[in-house]
Design a protein around this ligand. Sequence first.
Ligand code: SAH
Length: 472
Amino acid sequence: MRFLPVFLDLTSGPIVLVGSGTAATAKLHLLRAAGAHVRWFSPEIDVAEELLLASHYAGRIGIAIGEPGEDDLAGALAVVSAAGSGIDERIAQRARALSVPVNVVDRPDLSTFVFPAIVDRGDVVVATGTGGASPVLARRLRERIEAILPARIGEFAAMMSRYRDRIAAARKRYPGLSLRRFWERVIDGPIGAAFHAGRTRDAEAALAMAIDNAGTSATKTEGIVHLVGAGPGDPDLLTLRALHALQAADAIFYDDLVGPDILGRARRDAELIFVGKRKGEPGIGQAEINRRLAAAAKAGRRVVRLKGGDPFIFGRGGEELEHLRQEGIPVHVVPGITAALGCAAEAGLPLTFRSEATRLALVTANTAEGPDNVDWNGLADPQTTVIVYMGLTAAEDVRRGLIGAGRDPQTPAAVLARGTRPDAVTAVGRLDDLPALAASAGDGPALLVIGYVVARSEPWRTQQDAAIEVAA
Ligand code: SAH
């Protein structure tokens, strides 16, 4: 490690910037946006526009035309030079002679400090460096860090900072209070979860209350349940918030639709509890799942209830939510990409299309009452794209129901099985052939899709091309 990352207080002195090209103006904006007082030396005279732009920030800016001498550099907090070969070397030498830190853009050999790639979330700043070896690599690392940091982390830090004095006062009243434990509970518990979910006012109110009660509840840890959609199968289709919940979880209750790839993204020492149904076995039942979720949260654990697709689409997430609410347990719902959206994207199958498909119906043929209870007449409109969940074994009922309601038997139809997984299969044909298509798709999970838009999908086009080849 040649370069030690440090955070510089920009209010403690001016920064001298030299140069007028794009590299120099990029640094000008970075420094000004951070509130720096900049003394800008430009070899170019025509800088009015940049100067105007750079004046919009807090702090001062001064401009001089030409090259700074030693007197101009003395007393600077740091010098940044991007003036080009010749000038840069002279500037670096003068700065070093004065022991003022100097950065020459893209010249680590002339620099005594380098700029890291920065993730800027207000008070939370992450700096990434490669010792000047590869700015591109530093930027890639920054992108990854951007992705894992919750979007509101900066505001969250600012809120905690606003309450620092208040908790310090509470500690005077309760000397046994551990500040570290208190803040850990705030960050990892319901307050942090509410804040990151956008309920910032609720979170702040809860924080204020937690501080007022700090002495009495100091030993109690509060559990929480995240009701998380895992998406259709491909772990890359998890949302960032789902990933955060998985990485913070103590216990994860998961269904049969959730594969090992997704569980592999969980915190390594999280307990994984299967509560789905295996073929031919009854499963533990919804009431028992509800009971176990509530018990785990009441024991103070951070619980994730992980479901395939989206928890609120044919996932009984609503029932779990209501049960946990009744028990007074904090619950947060993290949406997932539902199977219909994941499968449609994979198959290049637009679900709506101008003047051809103006309505989308997500239905299940597996209602508790059986397929005869489905309102097929409600799906009669030829512009409705119908997507049937849990319909693989009910393909014949779906065919009969839709044709009985007046849908053209020649309507394009597809069966999308194991969508977004490595063994995904699509079968395309006509509504009239739906049972045969379902039989050809193999095991589930699978969706049935009926509507004109199926003819616009990738598998349909491929099949047409193959048919033309056979005919030729
Ligand atoms: N909550 C889930 C649906 C659960 S019901 C969601 O939003 O996707 C289970 C049904 O979802 C399956 O019977 C099947 O119809 C569908 N399904 C789930 N994952 C699927 C996948 N990868 N490919 C095709 N269908 C899938």
